[in-house]
Design a binder for this molecule. Structure first.
Ligand code: PLP
Length: 400
């Protein structure tokens, strides 16, 4: 008889978004005229920049001509034109990344999940709590031990390392989903030093790096000295350039990153990851890679900035409302997420219900992202400007 991977049975049901949908449905049925504003979803809403659309159309045309048609891309790691564009982008903000360390993928989620394949099941995995659920789920699927580093009000939702606790694999996300907090260079340096001391590897998720506007804050772990000896970085064009429906991201594995096998042999992480990808992944489509290349051109950067600035202004509107109301929050300044403390000690779901029923506004209960999320709530800045303003007007009128 077929045996299932029993670890899948230990996964939590996809409770969060199902429960949100259930509560909205019940509320709408009872209040059919309610004008509900959704500020819970982490998807972008503005269209792809014109220069990017043109690049994709031109590439599609090339595919229809014998002389310029492209089949499989040989390396599977992405076309050189895009790997070089990504490396130059990194260099533009002071991160030392070479084109041969960049691999193109179909978005950060795939590699964040797939990277677990190359690490042994005996590793202890450290995840900050609260966290983007992929890190926990994919390690539970392979039966690994997970320990948590607390992100909470006391540390500004930026969990820090503790040398009395050993970890082999460490997931960090900055700017963070869901808390919007951003590590400083000094804080990331502490994580890098911890990883080197513990011979650990940091898996750094930089999916929201383009929202960092403060030049003193790091956008990549490779802006930190020593990171090339202990870190892998995943990034994405999803939120940076509206690629959630296009699917393109990139992972940086430093050429120098090595571990020692049980037999005492030095193993290159880049080589073993390349081997894994070679067997299980056939690359990203040519038109999408040409579109991604256009994102990194001067015109592309100018055009994508318009959308990022739009979302950033939405974040500012939300943050200043919370400032006026005297509500504690993190994020909103270098991040599209605003993570607020539910007023009057309310629980996350209690606040969800109150916000929905009194202001007809939907957000995401923090409890869905880990135990430290209880009593907190995530709002996103990816919505429409006028709807964001309206939501904040209604929020301000609420009585707590
Ligand atoms: N990492 C984080 C922290 C995210 O929030 C998301 C998406 O919301 C992703 C990765 C996945 O992005 P992609 O669309 O590139 O798969």
């Amino acid at each position: 008889m077929v045996k299932i991977n029993e670890n899948f049975l230990k996964l939590q049901k996809n409770y969060l978004f199902i429960e949100i949908a259930k509560r909205i449905k019940a509320f709408s049925a009872a209040n059919p005229d309610a004008d509900i504003i959704r500020m819970g979803i982490g998807d972008v809403t503005l269209p792809i920049a014109p220069v990017v659309v043109k690049a994709m159309k031109d590439a599609a045309d090339e595919m229809g001509v014998k002389e310029t048609f492209k089949g499989y891309e040989d390396s599977g790691a992405g076309y050189d034109f895009l790997r070089e564009a990504v490396a130059n982008y990194y260099k533009s903000f002071g991160a030392d990344v070479n084109a041969d360390e960049v691999r193109i993928n179909d978005g950060a989620k795939s590699d964040c999940g797939n990277i677990v394949d190359i690490f042994g099941d005996g590793n202890t995995v450290l995840v900050t709590d609260p966290a983007y659920p992929v890190y926990v789920d994919t390690n539970l699927m392979s039966g690994r031990k997970i320990i948590y580093a607390d992100s909470n009000e006391a540390n500004g939702f930026a969990a820090m390392p503790d040398d009395s606790v050993h970890a082999d694999l460490i997931y960090l996300c900055s700017p963070n989903n869901p808390t919007g907090s951003v590590y400083t260079k000094e804080q990331l340096k502490q994580w890098v030093d911890y990883a080197i001391r513990h011979e650990a590897i940091i898996i750094f998720d930089a999916a929201y790096e383009s929202f960092v506007s403060d030049p003193d804050l790091p956008r990549s772990i490779f802006q930190i000295e020593g990171a090339k000896k202990c870190a892998i970085e995943m990034c994405s064009l999803s939120k940076t350039a509206g690629f959630t429906g296009m699917r393109c991201g990139y992972t940086v594995v430093p050429n120098d990153l090595e571990v020692v096998s049980e037999g005492g042999e030095k193993v290159s992480i880049s080589a073993i990851w390349g081997r894994r990808q070679g067997s299980k992944f056939n690359g990203v489509s040519y038109p999408v890679q040409r579109a991604a290349e256009a994102v990194f051109t001067p015109e592309g950067q100018k055009q994508i900035r318009e959308a990022i600035d739009y979302y950033r202004e939405n974040a500012k509107i939300i943050a200043s409302t919370l400032d006026e109301m005297g509500i504690y929050y993190t994020g909103g300044k270098n991040s599209p997420y605003i993570w607020l403390k539910c007023p009057n000690g309310m629980g996350s779901w209690e606040f969800f219900d109150k916000l929905l029923s009194e202001a007809n506004v939907v957000g995401t209960p923090g409890a869905g992202f880990g135990k430290n999320g209880e009593g907190f709530f995530r709002l996103t800045a990816f919505g429409d400007r006028e709807r964001t303003k309206e939501a904040m007007k209604r929020f301000k009128a609420m009585k707590f």
